[in-house]
Write a protein that binds this ligand. Structure first.
Ligand SMILES: [Zn+2]
Ligand SMILES: [Zn+2]
Length: 177
């Protein structure tokens, strides 16, 4: 991670923590513990994962239920550092920070906390938009229907094995780069 990237990340983390204070998270405990979390980046090729909390081995935990000191690193997708993804970036960081606080699974309690986030209603649409861009960036082939021009982005060739869902024409392979 270069200096510019780590600066963007730091700014976002602070902004997330400021909002969490307003949402009523405990400043002396939760917020001050989260301040020390190591932040990192996922691989560029990650498509479905936009953030992940990686814990230290359980033998190194100081309690049975994890807390921020049990976290090795929180990684987010490098593309999230681009300015246009600021809102989604903060949603992802907040999501991972809830995990860091010891809420491991995506259960009711987790989603109740996540739903406090001011822009949470945009999570689904931003997430889908982000994923589609990643799919496109990670594709080497375009499967094209010669009749209705539908395009599907894939990492592999279709090699004549797939047909268009609309007109049943055999899809053709076109290299993207
Ligand atoms: Zn999660
Ligand atoms: Zn077609």
């Amino acid at each position: 991670m270069n200096q510019e990237e780590s600066l963007i990340l730091k700014k976002s983390v602070n902004s997330v923590l400021d909002t969490m204070v307003k949402l009523g998270f405990d400043i002396t405990k939760e917020i001050s513990e989260l301040k020390n979390i190591n932040m990192g980046l996922l691989r560029k090729s990650s498509v479905y994962r936009h953030g992940v909390t990686r814990y230290l081995p359980t033998s190194k935990w100081n309690s049975t239920n994890p807390n921020p000191s049990c976290v090795r690193v929180v990684d987010i997708h490098p593309l999230l550092l681009e300015s246009e993804w600021e809102i989604y970036r903060e949603i992802i960081i907040f999501h991972e920070f809830i995990h860091c606080l010891g809420y491991l699974g995506h259960n009711k309690t987790f989603y109740k906390l996540e739903s406090l986030w001011p822009t949470i209603k945009q999570k689904k649409s931003l997430g889908n938009k982000f994923m589609n861009i990643l799919k496109l960036k990670n594709s080497t082939w375009k499967w094209v229907c010669p009749k209705c021009n539908i395009e599907v982005f894939r990492q592999r060739r279709s090699s004549g094995k797939y047909i268009c869902i609309k007109c049943k024409c055999k899809l053709l392979d076109k290299a993207i780069r």
